[in-house]
Unconditional design. Structure first.
Length: 274
């Protein structure tokens, strides 16, 4: 993970079209598998996203200690899922112990490796990764509610990602960051798409006609903004060539799954706590 970001122009088609297609697959997995396989399907869908993010994040950011970083990220994902899947009455607070122990493990893993190149960057990457896999686990709580909240969340987030990428494929204006093919228009339309999708599926999560667009807009707004950050990361790693040399799919997976992770706890709070 480089501390100096000097993005270079990235071709729009691979940057946006592939990410939009992957967003459709990810949203379809989360929305479609739980109705077919129940809680097992929810767990499987979440775990697939978590493991994909762990591998892609370690590759894309160039975290040092590759195998150990994968092991810590995978262990944290499994532990977070078990913390919410095993108890009869799980609460989000159960993730605090997982995150605390996971961060200590990441610190030890980074401190024990030699040489300790890019130590601070790798620790920062570990913190973001652990937070993201824990956030994805919040989808398990939405799935347990069995009121359509998980399906609605997946559809809203997927719509925001797809619309944002497709709009920026055509017109990434006004640019939000130099060298990054993302524009304000794409963010605004992504939020509107999320609000419209939430209204269309409001009966799934028992949302009212007025509450549904507001909830959808908030979830879509978080997803759209984090998607912009994901695009910045994709441009930076592509310009450095490290992620592309290892796997051209790694930055694209981060572009899609990281925004879903950011939107998951927001959706949980809006749909269950408020």
């Amino acid at each position: 993970m480089s501390s100096a970001a000097v993005p270079s122009p990235t071709p729009a088609r691979p940057h946006h079209v592939v990410a939009a297609g992957l967003a459709v697959l990810a949203a379809g997995l989360v929305a479609g598998l739980p109705p077919l396989a129940g809680e097992v399907g929810t767990l499987a869908a979440v775990l697939v996203l978590q493991l994909a993010l762990v591998l892609a994040w370690v590759l894309a950011t160039g975290m040092q200690g590759f195998a150990a970083s994968l092991a810590v990220g995978t262990a944290a994902a499994v532990a977070a899922d078990l913390a919410l899947a095993l108890p009869e009455d799980p609460v989000p607070g159960g993730l605090l112990a997982v995150l605390g122990i996971g961060f200590l493990a990441a610190v030890l893993q980074q401190m024990l490796r030699t040489p300790r190149e890019a130590l601070v960057d790798s620790l920062a990457g570990s913190a973001v990764l652990l937070t993201a896999v824990g956030a994805l686990a919040a989808l398990l709580l939405l799935g347990r509610a069995d009121d359509g909240g998980l399906t609605a969340t997946a559809l809203v987030a997927g719509a925001a990602l797809v619309v944002g990428h497709l709009v920026d494929q055509v017109l990434p204006r006004p640019r939000l960051a130099p060298g990054v093919p993302r524009g304000l228009l794409g963010v605004v339309l992504a939020v509107l798409a999320g609000a419209a999708t939430a209204w269309a599926v409001r009966d799934l999560a028992d949302l009212g006609a007025l509450r549904a667009p507001a909830v959808g807009a908030v979830i879509a707004g978080v997803v759209a903004l984090v998607a912009v950050a994901g695009s910045y990361l994709a441009v930076e790693t592509t310009s450095e060539g490290e992620a592309e040399a290892l796997s051209p799919w790694a930055p694209t997976v981060v572009q899609v799954v990281l925004p879903l992770a950011a939107g998951a706890p927001v959706a949980l709070a809006l749909l269950t706590a408020l």
